[in-house]
Design a protein around this ligand. Structure first.
Ligand SMILES: NC(=O)c1ccc[n+]([C@@H]2O[C@H](COP(=O)([O-])OP(=O)(O)OC[C@H]3O[C@@H](n4cnc5c(N)ncnc54)[C@H](OP(=O)(O)O)[C@@H]3O)[C@@H](O)[C@H]2O)c1
Length: 166
């Protein structure tokens, strides 16, 4: 199991997008049957941090896929009725401090704004990216151009996957 506690773990296109121009991720469906180790990864984490846009999108997909996990949704607005284990917060530094104190194992799900916010508060221990062989041309960039310089070092390049650690 990875020693890292806060893991930014995302799939992106060859041209650096995490979503297409409509915010969609159905371009990832091509690899639904490929085992990238996601099941093992999700078994290793107990807590997810995701942005409100991503949360609303996942809710729209149907059944909640993260039952049994704590999910913190970054948002400045009330969440409304939410699945068990889901909470909204606008206090990212407070959340990170609490989770570090608890020794939580955290998946930083994204999207881009959330990844950037987590990097900005120094919450990203590792970056694990699945570089998918597709060009989207347009869409949501993995990280805004303004993300601060973070010289992670490469720890475990794997099948379709690149990993960096702080
Ligand atoms: N390929 C992948 O692996 C992957 C993974 C995740 C998401 N995605 C894609 O990413 C896209 C969404 O990314 P996104 O960057 O637009 O949105 P996002 O990060 O999912 O959510 C952005 C929202 O989160 C809230 N937020 C973010 N940082 C905050 C902070 N520090 N404090 C308080 N609230 C904060 C704000 O919500 P309020 O408006 O409530 O303030 C903000 O509008 C979707 O299209 C999704 O499909 C792809």
């Amino acid at each position: 199991m990875s020693d890292a506690r806060f893991r930014l773990y995302m799939a992106l296109s060859l041209d650096g997008m995490i979503a297409d121009a409509d915010g969609g991720v159905d371009w990832l469906n091509r690899w639904d049957d490929v085992d990238f180790g996601t099941k093992r990864f999700t078994a290793e984490i107990d807590t997810l941090i995701m942005g409100r846009t991503t949360y609303d999108q996942v809710r729209g997909f149907g059944a909640w896929p993260y039952a049994g996990k704590r999910v913190a949704v970054l948002t400045s607005r009330p969440l409304g009725p939410a699945p068990k284990g889901v909470e909204g917060t606008s206090d990212l530094p407070g959340l990170v401090a609490e989770l570090r104190e608890d020794g939580a194992r955290v998946w930083i799900v994204g999207g881009a704004a959330t990844a950037a916010a987590c990097i900005a508060v120094g919450a990203v221990d590792t970056v694990e990216l699945f570089l998918m062989p597709v060009l989207l041309g347009q869409g949501c960039r993995c990280l805004p151009r303004t993300a601060r310089r973070c010289p992670w070092r490469c720890v475990r390049p794997g099948r379709g996957r690149t990993g960096w650690s702080g």
